[in-house]
Design a binder for this molecule. Sequence first.
Ligand code: THU
Length: 132
Amino acid sequence: MNKEQLVASARSMKSKAYIPYSNFPVGAALLLSDGKVINGVNVENVSLGATNCAERTAVFTAVAEGYKKGDFAAIAIAGDTADYLPPCSICRQVLAEFCLPDMPVYLTNANEEILTLTLKELLPYAFTDLEM
Ligand code: THU
């Protein structure tokens, strides 16, 4: 699976987002090292803080399916924004829990362009160890 295919998978998920409060759809596609793709969407809640972003939905689903730290190869994130849609800071921290610092993160915009960053570029000096 190449990055264009992973981005297409993320984009195709947007219609499943549960977004009654923001009307801001996000889809995510997480590529595992065995080639499987696990998707996620944002799932909002009337108690707004209980909202779960698309990226975390995908990561948590992968963990529930038995994938572990080191099994995560790449993630693509798609929305309807003119600028590249970046993961929120909570999602960056969750990604840092399971993904290597050099894992590619594909950001997209409404023009269907792709910006490739590493997780480390998105979250330098990540907090990953209680024994620092
Ligand atoms: N959201 C995501 O799902 N991922 C992001 O990368 C940014 C924000 C969601 C959370 C909320 O449902 C909506 O977008 C507006 O913040």
